[in-house]
Design a protein around this ligand. Structure first.
Ligand code: GN1
Ligand code: MG
Length: 358
C-alpha cells in the first residue's frame, strides 16, 4: 500500500487506474475547501485526480455508490456527466494507507467561473440546476445515501454551534460576540424549512448540495453549460437547499474571504435571472411552499454557512481548510453581512418570484 502520497509518487498512484498512455505530469487544480484535486496529463489524455477528504467523508463506499448511481442515471438519459475512471482492479476508488483517491476524465473544451461574470451565465446556472432537479426527480431518493448526515439540517447546525460555543475559549467568544448574538437572535428561522418538510409541504428529492457556479463546466465555444461536477454531496434533500446555496455563492462572488463586508450584497438582477431560469425548468414540479420559500432559502443557506464557519473558528479550524487562524471568522462575517442584506430585501425578492409568468 502506498503511504503519504505526494507529488513525487503521484505517478504510482495514477498508474493504479485504467488510464490511457503513460503518465506525463500532475499539478494542483481547482479551488475546493475539502478535497485535494490534481490535473493529470498522460501522453494521450487528461484526467482529474482527487484525494477525497476522509474526515469530511468517512464513508467512501456510500459516497462513491451515490456518484456511480447518479452519473449512470444521468448518462442513461443522454446527458453529459462526470466519467469515473476505474482502478485496474475495477473499483471506483483507490485506497492508500491514509487516504482515498479517485480519477475522472477531464472534460475537454470546458471553462469554469469563480463568480457570475454576466446575467446570461447566471441564467445558465439556474437552468443547469433546474434541469438537474427535473432529471433526478425520477431517481428515488431512497437509494441515495446520506453521506454527511444532517448536512443542511439548520436546526442541528445551530445546536452544533451552541455546543462549540460552550467549549470555546473566552477570547474567541469575545472577538465574535456580535456574530454570535446575531446567530442566536435568529434561532427560530432555522426550523422554518424543516417544519414544512415535516408537514409534507416540501418534497424530499435527490439534490446536489453544493451549487456554486464553479461546480458547473461551461462550453468554451458556445458558453452553454455542459455538466455539473462535485457530486460528493449528492444526497436526499430539499431543492430549497440547492437554490439557497446557489444564491449564497452568487451574491458572495469572490468575497467569501474578504475583510471588507460592505461588498456582500444582494443583487436583484442576479436573483431574477437565476430564479426565472430555474423556474422555466421546474415550475410544474414545485409545490406552492417550495416556490414561496425561494427567497427565504437564500437567507437560510447563507446564515447556515455563517454558522458553520463560526462554529469551525470556535472549534479551532477542524473542518474547513484555513490559511490563517482567523480565516473562518472572516468568512463567517461575510456570510452574516450577506444574510442581513438578504433579510432586508426579502419582500422585493418575494415580489420578483411572484411576478414570474412562465
Ligand atoms: C465547502 O470545498 P467546497 O468549496 O466545494 C463545503 C460547502 C460550503 C463551502 C463554502 C462538503 O465546499 O458546504 O458551502 O465549502 N462542502 C462541504 O465555501 O462541507
Ligand atoms: Mg464541494
Amino acid at each position: 500500500m502506498l503511504k503519504h502520497m505526494s507529488l513525487n509518487n503521484i505517478e504510482d498512484l495514477v498508474n493504479q487506474f485504467r488510464i490511457e498512455g503513460h503518465f506525463k505530469s500532475a499539478a494542483p487544480y481547482g479551488e475546493g475547501h475539502i478535497n485535494k484535486t490534481f490535473l493529470v496529463e498522460t501522453c494521450c489524455n487528461k484526467y482529474i485526480l482527487q484525494r477525497v477528504n476522509n474526515v469530511v467523508f468517512p464513508n467512501i463506499e456510500d459516497l462513491m455508490s451515490n456518484i456511480e448511481k447518479v452519473t449512470s442515471f444521468i448518462s442513461s438519459k443522454g446527458k453529459e456527466t462526470i466519467k469515473l475512471i476505474p482502478t485496474k482492479k475495477g473499483k471506483s476508488y483507490f485506497k492508500t494507507e491514509d487516504s482515498f483517491y479517485r480519477m475522472m476524465e477531464y472534460a475537454e473544451n470546458t471553462i469554469t467561473y469563480q463568480k457570475p461574470v454576466s446575467l446570461d451565465l447566471v441564467a445558465s446556472q439556474g437552468e443547469a440546476f433546474g434541469e438537474l432537479h427535473l432529471l433526478l426527480s425520477d431517481l428515488p431518493a431512497k437509494g441515495i445515501k446520506e453521506v454527511i448526515p444532517n448536512f443542511h439540517n439548520t436546526r442541528q447546525r445551530y445546536l452544533n454551534f451552541v455546543n462549540a460555543l460552550e467549549n470555546a475559549p473566552k477570547d474567541k467568544i469575545e472577538i465574535a460576540k456580535e456574530e454570535i448574538a446575531f446567530i442566536r437572535e435568529h434561532e427560530k428561522d432555522y426550523s422554518l424549512v424543516l417544519n414544512e418538510i415535516e408537514k409534507g409541504n416540501i418534497k424530499t428529492r435527490v439534490t446536489h448540495n453544493d451549487t456554486k457556479i464553479n461546480n458547473i463546466l461551461f462550453d468554451k465555444d458556445t458558453g452553454k453549460y455542459r455538466l455539473i461536477i462535485d457530486l460528493d454531496t449528492i444526497m436526499p434533500g430539499s431543492i430549497l437547499y440547492d437554490i439557497g446555496d446557489a444564491f449564497r455563492g452568487l451574491f458572495t462572488g469572490e468575497n467569501e474571504d474578504n475583510k471588507d463586508t460592505s461588498l456582500l450584497k444582494v443583487n436583484l438582477d442576479i436573483f431574477k435571472a437565476f430564479t426565472y431560469a430555474y423556474l422555466s425548468k421546474m415550475q410544474n414540479d414545485l409545490t406552492e411552499t417550495e416556490k414561496k420559500l425561494i427567497p427565504f432559502s437564500a437567507y437560510l443557506l447563507t446564515i447556515e454557512c455563517g454558522i458553520r464557519f463560526l462554529e469551525d473558528y470556535l472549534r479551532g479550524n477542524v473542518y474547513f481548510h484555513v490559511d490563517y487562524e482567523e480565516h473562518n471568522l472572516v468568512r463567517a462575517r461575510t456570510q452574516i453581512a450577506l444574510a442581513k442584506d438578504i433579510l432586508k430585501n426579502l419582500k422585493t425578492l418575494q415580489q420578483i418570484t411572484e411576478d414570474y409568468k412562465g
